[in-house]
Design a protein around this ligand. Structure first.
Ligand code: HPA
Length: 269
């Protein structure tokens, strides 16, 4: 039995029912976990082969329970490449989701706004990404999960995107539709890098999500992604420096808007 199956079996025994949807809660967005009822909380440290998260604002729990009457499995805290984990470790939970039989993955993150219209506290639905991180599928292909050369024409599920926009309209929440650019970090970007990223079509920039999405698509899991714009990425006329605190404060404020969209999305899909 593969280690992925060992981990999945452990989790399946703890939770009993396999949910349709897994949610990855990003920086400061762990509060969504408070909305989960009938909880089973499994610390990462207790899960065979799981690693613990060291990033600020990231707890390390797998939380099973109900949101809006639907079972979900939520990751409160994710693993980042900049923490020093390998891509295989960063994306380990996604392959466990696949082994569990999970069909959909909702990913959330904090991101810097590159699009000049974006201001801190805005929400951006991820319509596509640009991967400037090492590809997590480099290495021997794991045939049990998917093909050697997975398609990436449309990594973010169209139905879920349309549904989220309908919901945001109903709730009168402004929801941008943008391209997320994934970098390794941990440095924030230089002024010249931001200019370059704007030129190549990125709307927001961050240090996560893309590896998980690529691995989820390799496994055939449908993906939905949303970013909280926590800061304007650096520009030449910036008077302030990027700091992690601003990111956590804005993420917290926008979390309730995002929570309302995600809850309805779960209910309707
Ligand atoms: N850059 C990269 N990652 C980020 C940022 C940023 O400006 N804000 C939040 N995550």
């Amino acid at each position: 039995m593969s280690i992925y199956s060992e981990t999945a079996d452990y989790i399946a025994k703890k939770i009993g029912t396999i949910p349709d949807t897994a949610i990855i809660l990003g920086s400061g967005l762990g509060r969504l976990a408070d909305e989960i009822t009938d909880k089973v909380v499994i610390p990462y440290t207790e899960i065979p082969h799981f690693i613990r998260s060291t990033a600020p604002g990231h707890k390390g729990n797998l939380i099973f329970g109900k949101i809006e009457g639907k079972y979900v499995l939520a990751m409160q805290g994710r693993f980042h490449f900049y923490e020093g984990y390998s891509m295989e470790q960063v994306t380990y939970p996604i392959r466990v989701f696949a082994k569990l039989g999970i069909k959909k993955m909702f990913v959330t993150n904090a991101a810097g706004g590159i699009n000049t219209e974006y201001i801190p506290g805005d929400l951006m639905l991820i319509k596509d990404h640009i991967c400037l991180m090492p590809n997590p599928l480099i290495g021997k292909n794991l045939e049990e999960f998917g093909p050697r050369f997975p398609d990436m024409t449309m990594p973010y599920d169209k139905e879920l995107r349309l549904s989220a926009h309908r919901i945001a309209d109903e709730l009168k929440i402004k929801l941008y539709d943008g391209v997320y650019l994934g970098l390794t970090g941990p440095t924030y970007e230089t002024v010249s890098e931001i200019k370059f990223f704007r030129m190549i079509g990125a709307d927001a920039v961050g240090m996560s999500t893309v590896p998980e999405v690529i691995v989820a698509r390799h496994c055939g899991i449908r993906v939905f992604g949303m970013s909280v714009i926590t800061n304007k990425a650096t520009s030449e006329d910036s008077t302030t420096e990027n700091d992690g605190n601003e990111v956590l404060i804005e993420a917290d404020k926008a979390a309730s808007k995002m929570m309302n969209i995600v809850k309805k999305l779960l209910k309707q899909n």
